[in-house]
Design a protein around this ligand. Structure first.
Ligand SMILES: Nc1ncnc2c1ncn2[C@@H]1O[C@H](COP(=O)(O)OP(=O)(O)O)[C@@H](O)[C@H]1O
Ligand SMILES: [Mg+2]
Length: 414
């Protein structure tokens, strides 16, 4: 359960209808008519259809969907650039849907900044003036706003460009100015509507990295809209997938990939590069049979191996810290030679991984040997479980055939 204090934005049954006969359209919507039928009957378009969600303080919440699915309609309801037809939006402790125009203006200027796809720069103003624009509207003194704008420009890597004009900057740099302007406002919330969509792929990727770096430092709450699934997966802490104004699913990239809520979501995420998303945490085999070093001799280990049906077992110390593996042949050999300690047969030079490791990061680690991968706790090295070669191979059967063949060729055992 999330603590209520962690929630910064909350929407309940948020609905936005475009057109003149909104009331009639809303009634039909409540009676279960589809977006297409409502358009036919009332000439009204459903922008957002009963969206309910909570955005947590400090997260990047991605709203993702194809063009026309209602992303812009939705984000613009959050600061009431679109007036919701029905439902509620709470921001911190107040009900945005009830605010007077004056309160709303204050909220927009001091609590949420918006970054647009088309940058929205003023051509006859310098980069510094553009970055300071939000503060100018707020009525801050030139000195104050320029100082904040300089800091923001530095944050986005544009130090030295203060006196230039937008046309002198590339698209990527102009978008940085747009971002700097939002940062200069120093609001808790950033609303970014397809902010990177117009950028070239490489510049886009740089901007994504930069956004994540900035976020690491500033801990904003970011509502980030994109129609690019890979972008959503890369930047989003959680993702809401929209279709026809409806939020089909909200979850982490990994949850959405491993348990899609609807057929639509399943079909949608099929194209995604799973091996960069699925982590050891998902593939983890918990509570494997382990061997405690010093507590058990070769005979005991052989017994455990027979019970578990395995010829290799992980070894841990008293505190469950992962130490390595022991093999069947070695145990038989030790037992024959009446050696009581298994220590001399411990293979300790083996890779281990953290829960956050992706399939892509783990695959190279399984080739060339026969061990499973030990998943250990980041802090104390405790063995949390194993990712077996089998589970990695099965996960990889979801990839393309060529990739798959390469993997099987490389793996030593299944
Ligand atoms: N101002 C408007 N008037 C009428 N219909 C609109 C308006 N803006 C958006 N729509 C419609 O609302 C739906 C959602 O659009 P939009 O929120 O812009 O989608 P997205 O941002 O996901 O591309 C679409 O069917 C679109 O045609
Ligand atoms: Mg849009």
């Amino acid at each position: 359960m999330t603590d209520d204090r962690d929630i910064i934005i909350k929407a309940e049954g948020l609905t936005l209808i475009f057109g003149k006969r909104k009331k009639e359209a809303l009634e039909l919507l409540n009676r279960g008519y589809s977006k297409t039928d409502i358009l036919k009957k009332t000439r009204c378009t459903i922008g957002v259809n009963k969206a309910s969600f909570e955005i947590k303080k400090g997260e990047i919440f991605v709203i993702m969907g194809l063009s026309g699915s209602g992303k812009s309609s939705l984000i613009r309801c959050l600061n009431r650039l679109n007036e919701p037809t029905d439902g509620k939006v709470y921001f911190k402790d107040h009900n945005i849907t009830r605010e007077t125009n004056k309160q709303l203006l204050h909220t927009r200027r001091t609590e949420m900044s918006m970054v647009f796809q088309k940058f929205g720069l003023l051509p006859h103003r310098t980069i510094l003036e553009n970055a300071a624009f939000g503060l100018e509207i707020r009525g801050e003194t030139r000195e104050q706003r320029e100082e904040k704008a300089r800091i923001a420009l530095k944050t986005v890597g544009l130090e030295g460009y203060e006196e230039q004009y937008p046309r002198e900057l590339s698209g990527g740099m102009q978008q940085r100015v747009g971002l700097a302007r939002a940062l200069a406002n120093d609001t808790d919330v950033l609303l970014m509507d397809e902010a990177f969509s117009a950028l070239d792929p490489l510049i886009k990727s740089d901007m994504q990295d930069e956004l994540l770096q900035i976020q690491n430092k500033l801990h904003k709450t970011i509502v980030f809209i994109t129609h690019d699934l890979n972008e959503a997966m890369k930047v989003g802490d959680r993702i809401a997938i929209m279709k026809d104004g409806v939020i089909e699913q909200i979850g982490t990239a990994e949850t959405i990939l491993t348990s899609p809520a609807t057929d639509y979501v399943e079909a949608f995420v099929e194209r995604v590069d799973r091996k960069t998303i699925i982590t050891a945490e998902t593939l983890l085999f918990k509570h494997p049979t382990t061997v405690k070093l010093g507590k058990i001799g070769p005979k005991g280990v052989l017994h455990k191996m027979r019970e578990a049906g395995l010829n290799v077992l992980p070894v841990v110390d008293n505190l469950d810290k992962f130490l390595g593996y022991v093999w069947l042949e070695d145990m038989i050999d030790l037992e024959k030679r009446k050696v009581q300690s298994i220590e001399s047969a411990l293979y300790s030079e083996v890779p281990s991984v953290l829960k956050s490791y992706t399939v892509e990061e783990m695959l190279p680690l399984i080739t060339g040997h026969h061990y499973p991968l030990a998943v250990v706790d980041e802090e104390d090295g405790r063995l949390l479980g194993l990712v077996t070669q089998t589970s990695l191979i099965i996960e990889s059967t979801r990839y393309s055939k060529t990739e798959m063949n390469e993997l099987i060729d490389n793996a030593n055992d299944l």
